[in-house]
Design a protein around this ligand. Structure first.
Ligand SMILES: Cc1cc2nc3c(=O)[nH]c(=O)nc-3n(C[C@H](O)[C@H](O)[C@H](O)COP(=O)(O)O)c2cc1C
Length: 328
């Protein structure tokens, strides 16, 4: 939960990346305040409880990962009534906080009246947030995650005001329009303006790849609440570095060398938590490993992706990383 004067560091929802096993890993090895689930789409039919439990298995364990990291449930959809009903089902299934997605740029999602398409309709944002807020007990916070706009960066001012008017307890803003996709750089300045105008906390998000980028983002936005997505996966130490700066972890002396990241411990934990969940084929696990290491090579310092990308098994990947797999 995000409250005004207490810093927070949030693990971003990333569909296909930050699923339950990855959230479990980040809960153990990261330094986050909470995580937000990948979006659950609310289309013609309100998803029943078992769908929430499959999508966010943490709901059966007090909405926390095995190590205790709280997980908020994210909903995506354009119909206020169905979104409200879905939020109630989510809470009955165990959700303790609900986030609403107004940022997904995927064409299929947008064609079906969900995600970033709602940024073209500020009043609908207010209606959806108000409907969800009104349907839930007061102690369940409702938040909203927005991009700056559909094609205009200025749209954030009205959209954010509408989400706040609808009753969002806080907003997360990814500093890009839908049209900008993931093209760098993210724009952080509008986040400052929204934060200064609205009376609710604002979480800054987008392109925090390093401690230096975090410091620039904090400077430009004036925020004390941050969300890390790809940067946290690319560099497993980033959440710790940022959490220290935010005072969420005790200060530590700066690192004295550039020791490369040892990817075996996080991958071993991902393997463990994947094997604890529903049956997953060995091929799928290999894909998950490659997906994570690809992010580390694109945005971090991992240099061996070329050799890993042809690997056929988990064992082969660990051997290429320097040591046989050590299941735990
Ligand atoms: C593969 C992928 C999947 C994503 N899925 C979601 C999602 O389910 N819900 C959401 O609100 N944002 C989603 N996002 C957006 C991220 O939460 C975040 O806003 C974006 O990646 C910018 O932050 P970053 O630069 O720290 O990664 C996704 C991003 C990526 C790259």
């Amino acid at each position: 939960m995000v409250v005004p004067d207490t810093p927070a560091l949030i693990l971003a929802p990333m569909e296909g990346l930050t699923d339950a096993p990855m959230r479990a890993v980040q809960g153990e090895l990261g330094a986050f305040t909470f995580a937000v689930s990948e979006f659950l789409r609310v289309s013609a039919v309100v998803p029943p409880a078992h769908v929430f439990h499959r999508h966010v298995p943490e709901l059966r364990q007090g909405a926390r990962t095995p190590s205790g990291l709280p997980v908020h449930v994210q909903l995506l959809g354009g119909d206020p009534g169905r979104m409200a009903e879905a939020a109630v089902v989510a809470c009955d299934a165990g959700a303790q906080a609900v986030d609403i997605n107004f940022g997904c740029p995927a064409p299929t999602v947008n064609r079906h009246d969900g995600g970033a398409t709602l940024l073209k309709h500020p009043k609908r944002i207010r209606e959806i947030v108000a409907a969800v807020r009104g349907a839930l007990p007061r102690d369940v916070p409702v938040s909203a995650k927005l991009r700056l706009g559909w094609d205009s960066e200025d749209a954030i001012f009205e959209n954010a005001a509408m989400a706040a008017e609808g009753g969002a307890a806080w907003l997360t803003i990814h500093g890009r329009t839908r049209e900008q996709g993931y093209k760098p750089p993210a724009l952080w300045c509008p986040i400052r303006v929204v934060r200064e105008c609205l009376g609710i906390p604002v979480v800054a998000n987008g392109d925090i790849w390093s401690l230096a980028a975090f410091r620039r983002c904090r400077e430009e936005t004036g925020c004390i609440h941050f969300m890390l997505g790809r940067g946290a996966l690319a560099d497993p130490s980033l959440s710790h570095q940022v959490a220290r700066e935010l005072g969420l972890l005790p200060a530590a002396p700066p690192p004295t060398d550039d020791t490369p990241v040892d990817w075996r411990p996080p991958l071993t934990r991902l393997l463990h938590w994947t094997e604890c969940g529903p049956a997953t084929s060995p091929g799928r696990i290999v894909c998950r490993f490659k997906q994570w290491l690809k992010i580390a090579s694109l945005y971090g310092t991992f240099t061996d992706f070329e050799s890993i990308k042809r690997a056929q098994s988990v064992e082969e990947i660990f051997t290429l990383l320097g040591r046989p797999v050590d299941r735990c």
